[in-house]
Design a protein around this ligand. Sequence first.
Ligand code: FMN
Length: 353
Amino acid sequence: MDFGVFLPIGNNGWMLSATSPQYRPSFELNRDITLAAEKHGFEFVLSMVKLRGFGGKTEFWDYNLESFTLMAGLAAVTSRIQLYASVATLTLHPAMVARMAVTIDDISGGRFGINIVSGWNRSEYAQMGVWPGDEHYASRYDHASEYVQVMKELWRDGVSNFKGQYFQMDDCRLLPRPSHDIPLVCAGASERGMAFCAEHGHYNFMIADTEGDKLRAFNETLSGVAAAAGREIGTYALYTVILADTDEEARAREQHYRDGADLDAIAFMTGQASLDTAGTTAQVISELQGATFMGIGLLVGSPATVAQQIDRLAQIPGTSGMMLTFDDFVKGVERFGSEVMPLLQCRQATAAD
Ligand SMILES: Cc1cc2nc3c(=O)[nH]c(=O)nc-3n(C[C@H](O)[C@H](O)[C@H](O)COP(=O)(O)O)c2cc1C
């Protein structure tokens, strides 16, 4: 079981709440988190690409750093941990990204990989005039497949003459080549997205549930899709950890964050119009509060409780790892590393491998 951290490259991490820790992203913050993760033996960190926030009183994700340049900085100050940046394929040409990846591969000594984001959120791209039209919803993984083929040819051969529907290379050159295969990961949730990942990726991320039912069903679908592509790939399950000394204290913190839900930002995220909160019914408010943690499964409790939850989820076949977010990332990663990791049976199995 690998463990990773979903770095807070956007303000306030993954909690749409005015009562969760409030912070803006910075290199310093992400460096401290990554160094703590590296010290405690986490396998990887990943930063997302997000180009437009959700607003609301917390200005949710209105502040976002850029993924590749952040990871280049982190590559220079770390020595062991794997680093993934995310590319929004509509915004950067694959020949440029292939070269950026080779550069970070060099800075990191072979610890760099890419999360392929095919683009599902029109407003992020329309704002800069690069949305190809709504047909992109259906064709985005065909576009992403060509994108990846161009990068792979450049990394493998140092040259590409790829001729596709979306990309045409004309003796396109790339040297130096990377020191090793640059791993690609993705987060396909649709079958087409999973098939793309099964063909090109090392791992498929998914937003997992605390009970593990969705995770189990997802893993089964992914393993079928991967078998059809003649490959085997595992799932990296995304969870949010809220740790405290006792279960009661941790649950009280969860409730406190829920009570402070940023309803306008949530309404934007869920595609509803901005809310007139005063006139909104209690039922709508409580439904919206349900999205405070963006639908990510919560692991809430004392270190012993969280370790038990993880060991149970780790047994679901096809789960290769977990990527974690925290309410307070620096303290959370430290505490998880020193108080949860040593309790994990699934880690002891890894350590003995
Ligand atoms: C862990 C994880 C990371 C993701 N990272 C990004 C990202 O950086 N930027 C983005 O726009 N979408 C991101 N997504 C969304 C996915 O790329 C994908 O579009 C989404 O899961 C829906 O799947 P589909 O494209 O197969 O419909 C992420 C999703 C997950 C679960």
